[in-house]
Ligand binder design. Structure first.
Ligand code: ADP
Ligand code: MG
Length: 261
C-alpha cells in the first residue's frame, strides 16, 4: 500500500510546494517511487516540473469531479522516480462544485483505494492555501498531514486552524490522520525565529519534525529551471536538509508500517 501524505497550510508562502517537490525528489533518491499530486489552482508544482498548466487537458480535476481513474491524468516527469498528477486553474471549480455531491469528502480517497496495488511507495499532495473541499479531500485520503510553517508569529497562529481541521477530519472520515509540523525558511540568527521554534517544540513535541529547513535562496531559483533542489544544487543546504527530512520521514513511515503489520 502506498503511504499517502498531504502537504497543507491555510497560509500561502510557507513552502508547501517547495516541500512537495524537494521532499519528493529526495525520497526518490532513496529509491522510493513517488507520485506527486498538484491540487492547487495556481499550479506552482506543475510549473516547477516544467509543464504548462494552461495546455493540459487532463488534471487532478478529472479525478475530483468526473471520477476519472487516479492515474489517468498522471505524467512522467524529468525527475527519475517521480510522476505527477498536474493541476491548472480549473481546480478552482472543484471548490464550488464538490460540495454538491454526496460523500464529496471521500472522492480522492476512493480514487486512491481503487488502484490496487498502486505502483508508488508514497503519494505527496500539494494542497491549495485554503481549507475548502479540495483540502478536505486530500486530508481524508491521507495517512499523514505535513504542515509547513515559518517561525513567525502569524504562522504559528495559523496552526490553530490546522489543528481544528485535523480534529474535524478525524471525527468525520479519517480517524487515523496523523500530522507533523515542519519549520521552513528558518533564520537561525533571527531571535524571533529561535523563540518561536522553541515554543513550537514545547507545544508540539513529537508533532514537530526534528529536521529544520533553513533559508536558502537556491530553493527560490530551482523551480525556474524546472528542477528540484536535489538536482539543481545537490550540495546546497536546502538539498541536504530536504534529504535529511526524507530520512526522518521514512523512519517514521517504516515504524508506522511495522506497527500496523
Ligand atoms: N527554505 C527556503 N529558503 C528560501 N526561500 C524559500 C524556501 N522555501 C521556499 N522558499 C520560497 O518561498 C516562496 C514560497 O514558497 P512556496 O513553496 O511556493 O510556498 P506555498 O506553496 O506554501 O505557497 C517561493 O518563492 C519559494 O521559492
Ligand atoms: Mg504552493
Amino acid at each position: 500500500m502506498s503511504y499517502v501524505i498531504a502537504i497543507s497550510n491555510e497560509k500561502g508562502g510557507v513552502a508547501k510546494t517547495t516541500t512537495a517537490l524537494s521532499l519528493g525528489a529526495a525520497l526518490a533518491e532513496l529509491g522510493r517511487k513517488i507520485l506527486l499530486v498538484d491540487l492547487d489552482p495556481q499550479a506552482n508544482l506543475t510549473l516547477a516540473l516544467g509543464f504548462q498548466p494552461g495546455s493540459l487537458e487532463h488534471t487532478a480535476l478529472d479525478i475530483l469531479l468526473d471520477s476519472a481513474p487516479l492515474l489517468d491524468p498522471c505524467r512522467e516527469t524529468n525527475v527519475a522516480g517521480v510522476d505527477l498528477i498536474p493541476a491548472n486553474s480549473g481546480i478552482e471549480n472543484a471548490e464550488q462544485v464538490l460540495p454538491v455531491y454526496i460523500n464529496y469528502t471521500t472522492r480522492l480517497q476512493t480514487a486512491i483505494q481503487a488502484v490496487d496495488p498502486l505502483p508508488y511507495d508514497l503519494i505527496l499532495m500539494d494542497c491549495p492555501p485554503s481549507l475548502g473541499a479540495v483540502t478536505i479531500n486530500a486530508l481524508t485520503a491521507s495517512d499523514l498531514l505535513i504542515i509547513p510553517t515559518q517561525a513567525e508569529y502569524f504562522s504559528a497562529y495559523a496552526l490553530r486552524d490546522m489543528m481544528s481541521i485535523v480534529r474535524q477530519v478525524r471525527s468525520e472520515d479519517n480517524p487515523n490522520l496523523a500530522y507533523r509540523i515542519l519549520i521552513t525558511m528558518l533564520d537561525q540568527r533571527n531571535r524571533t525565529h529561535r523563540n518561536i521554534h522553541e515554543q513550537l517544540d514545547r507545544t508540539f513535541g513529537d508533532g514537530l519534525f526534528k529536521t529544520l529547513i533553513e533559508i536558502d535562496t537556491k530553493l527560490r531559483e530551482s523551480p525556474i529551471l524546472g528542477l528540484p533542489i536535489t538536482q539543481y544544487k545537490p550540495n546546497s543546504r536546502g538539498a541536504l536538509q530536504y534529504r535529511s527530512l526524507a530520512e526522518e520521514l521514512m523512519q517514521y513511515v517504516e515504524q508506522k508500517n511495522s506497527e500496523a503489520a
